[in-house]
Design a protein around this ligand. Structure first.
Ligand SMILES: Cc1cc2nc3c(=O)[nH]c(=O)nc-3n(C[C@H](O)[C@H](O)[C@H](O)COP(=O)(O)O)c2cc1C
Length: 327
């Protein structure tokens, strides 16, 4: 058996497989099942910045005019029923009962009032905090720099309120991702999570409204985070956690040799139940044995360590071959 222990965000993990933020990790019983299935750590379901602001509304944290009245009512209701206070309770309960590290998660877009809440997350006992920063470029007067600066400001602001290790989960569309990752690291992130899987967009052409589709990923969705992990990891900017498309031990092995420090799963647990955590770990363990790696640390980043991996040249050649191949 290979050694699966590893470190992530200065935490000691028994293995690199995390259950990522989702409905499954929004309750004590879900987190308990993930820990029993063997997860190395658990990222709790995200609390939305708007839920925190809704509760802080009376203290000056109004939602502002960004939301129509009915949406604001919904968010206020959400803030009161499943809001920041119950989130802190969930963290405390998890820490009392569960032995694996618990990473809290906030889905945010601004560096407003809510960032002070990071301190409360720390006091409740979370081992780390993941910020899911989800800013869509909707307007023509927003530049890439405006949006990236906003992300950096959020991270700096949260950093000023907590000493917890910080991971930042980002989307996959950036013009100069390595530069952005460097800026996130400089702002205080210890890890970047590649990538958030935004809800997939479709249109109902009769009802004339946007509708979500394809909620769950498959192994085919691994390609994008895998490519970026392999490009970023050799640059040693910060730790990388790969999420999107990990469904089998082989997927986890690919992420590891590309250089991921940890791997996060959600869809596979919805498709095959939480026990899939144990199956992926067994498959990864066998793969490590079969390929002569004594530990996950030994396998990590081997793609680049072979010394001949130059993504900018290799990918260009593969691209030319693919489109000129006559067969
Ligand atoms: C039902 C569902 C709920 C999710 N909720 C959250 C969430 O609250 N916060 C978050 O950061 N990511 C959330 N995600 C994204 C997952 O954490 C994960 O990053 C993404 O689904 C890609 O991993 P996968 O391919 O293993 O599903 C959710 C995913 C699913 C399928």
């Amino acid at each position: 058996m290979a050694e699966l222990k590893t470190q992530y965000l200065s935490l000691n993990l028994k293995n690199p497989l995390l259950v990522s933020s989702s409905g499954i990790t929004g309750s004590l019983s879900g987190v308990r099942q993930c820990a029993s299935a063997g997860a190395g750590a658990v990222v709790l379901k995200s609390l939305f910045e708007e839920q925190i602001s809704a509760e802080l509304g009376g203290a000056g944290g109004s939602l502002g005019s960004a939301f129509p009245v009915e949406a604001e009512g919904y968010l206020e209701m959400l803030g009161k029923t499943a809001g920041p206070a119950s989130y802190l309770d969930l963290i405390r309960q998890c820490k009392q009962e569960i032995s694996v590290p618990v990473i809290a998660s906030v889905n945010c877009q601004t560096s407003g009032w809510w960032t002070e809440y990071a301190q409360q997350i720390e006091q409740a006992g979370a081992d780390a905090l993941e910020l899911n920063i989800a800013i869509m470029p909707h307007r023509q007067d927003q530049t890439a720099k405006d949006l990236e600066d906003r992300m950096i400001t959020v991270v700096k602001q949260v950093r000023s309120h907590t000493t917890l290790p910080l991971a930042v989960k980002i989307g996959s569309h950036f013009t100069a991702l390595p530069h952005t990752v460097r800026a996130l690291k400089d702002a205080g992130a210890g890890a970047v999570v590649l990538f958030n899987r935004f809800y997939q967009f479709d249109i109902d052409p009769v009802a004339l409204k946007p509708v979500p589709f394809n909620r769950y990923s498959s192994s085919e969705d691994l390609s994008r985070p895998l490519r970026w992990t392999s490009i970023l990891a050799p640059q040693n900017i910060c730790e990388l956690s790969l999420t999107t498309g990990i469904h089998r031990g082989l997927d986890a092995a690919k992420a590891l040799v590309a250089g991921a420090q940890t791997i996060q799963v959600a869809s596979v647990l919805y498709k095959k139940k939480i026990a899939a955590v144990g199956i992926i770990l067994e498959e990864l363990d066998s793969w490590l044995d079969q390929n002569g790696y004594a530990s996950v640390d030994a396998a990590r980043g081997q793609l680049a360590q072979k010394g001949n991996y130059k993504p900018e040249e290799l990918e260009r050649i593969q691209y030319i071959q693919a489109i000129t191949d006559k067969s």
